[in-house]
Design a protein around this ligand. Structure first.
Ligand SMILES: Nc1ncnc2c1ncn2[C@@H]1O[C@H](COP(=O)(O)OP(=O)(O)OP(=O)(O)O)[C@@H](O)[C@H]1O
Length: 439
């Protein structure tokens, strides 16, 4: 028998969202094409700032995209989507209302009379497992329980599309894990009207554990870089090889945006072409990563292993990996982090030798070549922070330029390529030079 094609519920075509005006205009997401079909649980995964929440707001009709079309059940979406609802990370409960009132309020707002609203609220509270807590106030509940109230409230309006915006990230590890299981039970139980779930996450394992499809995004500008189907039956076994292989695959997509060397280093600021952004990675954390990777057998599930061992979340780990790749200390292959001989040498080197290795790598980066040239060319070979920041501004928005200089300052100081006078806000060379370029 031929299986019927699942019907598309949400369709996004060429969707972009820009914020701000004029020179300060900024593209949060660009040219997004995405379909969510009936029966699907889709996870949106990507680094902080790649536009996941923006996309959710567009799908639920809270934002109108700057460009592109959004269709819901084949019809153009022009205002707030009445069939969709969002559960937020921070619960968003009214502290002065009881659990029951917090749920009922969503129904009353939709015109349901008060007695009926309270009757349904009690049913929903039972459904999410909070029976007995109807008259409690949010402050009396644990984080996990509060999030259940948030879910009950979202379910009160009988949504077809349930959007979850990092619903577990404010919870402790155990509560998050329990609630993941409970949400999956609600979803697979089939007692609800929900036709699809869209969950924003920045936890790869969570996405592989829950979703049927993972949409992977990257930033600057926010865009979809891959879609990974997850065809494992529920309940999923985190310890299985198939699970680990999928985690590794998604990790490889996120971390391994490795490009040919010429593109990878980018161009110097002010030259034609794109200047590559320096990842927001501290030298200490980078050294920690390299030491850990050098000391550990990272054959299986490297992301989970490194995250656990270093106590980092994805947003902290990815810039470190990017920095390790940029500096030639490591590469990512099929989801594994492999140290280069230089990376191994760095991990095992003395403090002074590390500084020298680091300096030799920084001198290869167009950003640092440019900075050094600017400092050397300045009066007294000393340059104010503002001058460099202003010089970067045609290339990057002001706050990005500022953050780039912060990173460059930390890396360059560590490598002793230049020094910085905090009181005067000036870069200068520790050993003045007269030759054109480097010491
Ligand atoms: N109303 C707004 N005005 C200006 N910029 C905005 C606005 N909303 C979001 N942004 C910017 O757009 C980009 C995408 O933001 P968004 O919150 O959608 O990302 P995200 O992937 O959900 O991030 P996170 O994981 O940190 O929540 C960010 O750089 C953010 O600063």
């Amino acid at each position: 028998m031929q299986q019927a094609q699942p019907k598309p519920l949400v369709e996004l075509m060429g969707v972009s969202q820009r914020y701000g005006r004029g020179e300060r205009q900024f593209t949060a997401i660009q040219d997004i094409n995405l379909t969510i079909a009936e029966g699907e649980f889709v996870a949106l995964l990507g680094p902080s700032g790649c536009g996941k929440s923006t996309l959710l707001r567009i799908i639920t009709g809270l934002n109108r995209p700057s460009e592109g079309l959004v269709r819901y059940r084949g019809k153009m979406l022009t205002g707030v989507n009445p069939f969709a609802t969002i559960v937020f990370q921070t619960f968003a409960l009214f502290p002065w209302l009881t659990v029951e009132e917090n749920v009922a309020v969503a129904l009353i707002a939709r015109g349901v009379d008060e007695a009926e609203a309270h009757r349904r609220a009690v049913e929903l509270i039972d459904l999410v497992g909070l029976d007995g807590f109807e008259q409690a106030y949010p402050r009396e509940l644990s984080g996990g329980m509060r999030q259940k109230v948030g879910i009950a409230r979202a379910l009160a309006v009988d949504p077809e599309l349930l959007c979850l915006d990092e619903p577990f990230s404010a919870l402790d590890v155990l509560s998050a894990e329990t609630l993941r299981g409970e949400v999956l039970e609600l979803w697979t139980g089939g007692n609800l009207k929900i036709r699809a779930v869209l969950m924003v996450s920045h936890n790869i394992e969570e996405a592989v554990f829950m979703a049927d499809r993972i949409v992977v995004m990257d930033k600057n500008p926010g865009r979809i870089i891959a879609e990974v189907p997850v065809q494992l039956p529920h309940p999923r076994d985190r310890k299985s090889d198939a699970f680990a292989a999928l985690v590794a695959r998604v990790y490889a997509v996120l971390a391994g945006q490795t490009q040919p060397e010429a593109i990878e280093y980018g161009t110097e600021p002010g030259q034609n072409g794109q200047t590559r952004l320096l990842p927001q990675a501290s030298v200490t954390a980078l050294a920690g990563l390299l030491e850990q990777a050098n000391a550990t057998d990272l054959e299986r599930d490297p992301i989970a292993q490194l995250q656990d061992e270093l106590g980092l979340d994805l947003d902290q780990l990815l810039p470190l990996i990017e920095a390790a790749e940029l500096l030639g200390f490591a590469r990512v292959e099929s989801g594994n982090l492999i140290l280069t001989p230089l990376g191994e040498a760095f991990a095992e080197a003395s403090i002074q030798a590390r500084k020298e290795i680091f300096a030799s790598r920084l001198r290869r980066l167009p950003f640092f070549r440019w900075m050094l040239r600017m400092i050397i060319a300045a009066d007294n070979q000393s340059l104010r922070w503002e001058v460099l920041r202003t010089a970067l501004e045609p290339e990057f928005p002001a706050e990005v330029a500022e953050r780039q200089l912060d990173v460059a300052l930390e890396w360059g100081r560590y490598a002793e390529l230049f020094a910085y006078d905090d009181a005067e806000g000036r870069f200068f060379l520790e050993t003045p030079t007269t030759v054109g370029g480097e010491r």
